[in-house]
Design a protein around this ligand. Sequence first.
Ligand SMILES: NC(=O)c1ccc[n+]([C@@H]2O[C@H](COP(=O)([O-])OP(=O)(O)OC[C@H]3O[C@@H](n4cnc5c(N)ncnc54)[C@H](OP(=O)(O)O)[C@@H]3O)[C@@H](O)[C@H]2O)c1
Length: 241
Amino acid sequence: MSSPKLHGQVAVVTGASSGIGRATALALARAGVQVVLAARTQATLDGVVQECAQSGTRAIAVPTDVTDEQLIAALMERAVQECGQLDILVTSAGGAAFGPIMESRTEDWDMLMNVNLRGTYLCCKSALKHMLPRKSGHILNVLSIASHMILPGSTAYTASKFGALGLTKVLAAEVRSEGIKVTAVIPGAVDTPLWDKSGGDLDRTKMLSPGDVADAMLSVIAQPAGIHTDELHLMPPLGVL
Ligand SMILES: NC(=O)c1ccc[n+]([C@@H]2O[C@H](COP(=O)([O-])OP(=O)(O)OC[C@H]3O[C@@H](n4cnc5c(N)ncnc54)[C@H](OP(=O)(O)O)[C@@H]3O)[C@@H](O)[C@H]2O)c1
């Protein structure tokens, strides 16, 4: 549904081809926000562009690997050049790998640090270059309950998400006085393709839906200027899972 507060704003959403990022891009488009969609795979991004177009809102796909600083800078530049400004950044690009530490692979550790932590840092920094001069903007970093809670069998994932929470908190404190909001989004388990890739024998019917997570984020983005939501905790009715 179009939102008078959000209509005409411009958002960059990373991880927009799947799961929480895709659902957020679609919800933003329905609210009348121009959406710049980023992930690595052009074909899946193009599909989400088509879905956004059904809301009558402009969306563009910019294939981007969030571990590449130059590509991220080009992504933010393109948003500003083609849409005129950058109001919202949602960082939802991410990965997961689970299992006891002695069975874990160092390649997975490196990948999770690169995508979940370094990628979030790079995207925030690059977006702020465009938000700070206007003294306006809202960054929402999609973290996890693993940013707060100890879940055995998730060493690298938890380390990346604890780190990203630290990054988000410091960032919020640094730019709050500059008119920019930074929100840590802390969901429990969400029923997305992440679980197909990372394994795990969990009951997905008990998880949050990505659409509900997206709607909750939109309600925070649409809050009055005088309210700052530092952390948005979203749990399924039965708890973490
Ligand atoms: N699902 C859950 O239970 C859950 C719970 C709490 C938090 N989260 C967090 O939510 C975020 C999104 O997860 P999801 O569940 O929506 O997963 P998902 O459905 O697997 O989506 C992940 C997205 O990230 C993109 N991506 C992965 N690596 C990338 C890279 N190097 N550069 C750019 N894009 C990349 C993927 O697209 P490409 O592969 O095409 O690049 C895809 O669009 C993650 O940070 C995850 O940790 C998930």
